[in-house]
Design a protein around this ligand. Sequence first.
Ligand code: GLC
Ligand code: CA
Length: 561
Amino acid sequence: MYKTQMNDVVYQIWPRSFKDSNGDGIGDIQGIISKLDYLQSLGIKTIWLCPVYVSPNSDYGYDISDYYNIQPEFGTMADMDQLIHEAKNRGIGILMDLVANHTSSEHPWFKKAMADPESKYRDYYFFQEGKNGKEPNNWISVFGGPAWTKSNRDNEYYLTMFTPQQVDLNWKNPEVRQEIYKIMTFWMNKGIAGFRMDVINIIAKAEGLPDKDPHKKGLQFAGDLIVSQPMSHEYLREMYEEVMSKYPGLYLGEGMIVNKDSCAQYCGFDRKELDMMFHFDLALIGCGPLGKYDFTKLYHWTIPDFKNIFTKWNVAAYENKFWMGNFLSNHDNGRSVSRFGDEKRFRAQSQKALLVSTMTAYGTPFIYQGEEIGMTNMKIDEKDWEDFEAISDFKMLKQMFHLPRFIRLYVIQKMTRDNARTIMQWDSGEHAGFSTKKPWYLINPNHKEINVKDDLEDKDSILNFTKELIAYHQTHSALRSGSFKPVMESHKQILAYVREDENEKLMVLINLDNKPALFKADDYQEMRTQLCNYSTYGPMDKKMVFRPYEARIVKLVSQNP
Ligand code: GLC
Ligand code: CA
């Protein structure tokens, strides 16, 4: 079954914007080391560190040119060793990002493949001839535009499912797989706690890379030709044999378009593949079927929509015995309070309520840097866009859908990954306590009011509530591994469920609305409030009003002797 430690709270760091130690305006490893005491004081037990390997940064670290060395902007291998060591001294493990679907086009393997058609490295990637003067197939890249990039030879292309500088690896080649296992082993031997595996469910591609829906015009999302191919499971089982079984740790997969059946296959308790998986159904709430930049539903969603998604996944994981990584914000998705809460009128209450949901769901809770103080999205001007996906989709929305500029701006500003990449707000000072110099990226002007320093001093702050929640999660086995059962499923405002194990029975109640909500108990158990996101609160009553975004964890005590 699940391993202990696996359900402890994880804190995600996107290093470039977390903390700069040497005054060059770029976050770095020594910066993280300087904040380890802070992280320990939160109570987290694991850090998921977004990529720190050598990278030309076409996709901010997700295009890796050397998996065995550290990006000079971030520090040295000695810094990394120190981070692993000092984190361990504080009871914190480091999860590295394993980006193994693709390498950077600057990776020596790819350079050799380009330089010499006879090189064995040709077969590390997908090189193919064009068809009728066009790309080899009609796949669209995840970031817009064709999924193929022209090589240095006539009528020849290579597969790039993300940016043109991220070249897809050919996992069919056993040598490629051995290289990946070697990288993993190298890092596990350094004492890291495991890996978060980037887009791991698309490592296997359909044999022959056929056209998707050939009768349709234009580029098509490859969908079931790349997502969760049967071979992806074979590869992960091999990886399990070769690495994961030898180095117990935490192995988490990022699932692009996963459903509960495929999750059960990737991380079912007895599958010998992964420990847990991320899904993106909540992150994509209100989006059209084509994903993040599909605005056709105008990003409109209701509380029942949120409840349905949340409940469906939690029930599925519990009943089908698989484990989930639960998050509402990360480096690819904007700030949770801006997306799901009410950042204007109820920023603190709604952020706290959202944290309660992450921290009490079935699985491992993940919080993203800045979420513990309720950082918000900011409206980022076009001139400041850095996110390749957003910039590319801004063009695509014009070319493919002929959308007027003001709508395109709205869509991008709402969904750009840049929202998550503004500078961490440590204090109200000039550079937000991040650096002594102007940082590489924007600081939200609201750091004057929203920052770690002020939150530490305010006993009712989001930060102090987060600590309380993490401590509660740490000590309550029903939240860590108990069963999950939804209650009040048809309630229009309150998300409610029961987590239970042999020690206790806890009910979680979260009013997801910015209006008051009526709560009525359907049985007569005694209800004792354990934790509430409002500083003052009365006892639970069988019939009572929940204030906007009020959230409680309630102990249910049976009255039968
Ligand atoms: C994952 C990462 C994202 C990256 C993409 C390609 O989705 O989270 O940041 O751009 O994979 O590596
Ligand atoms: Ca720096």
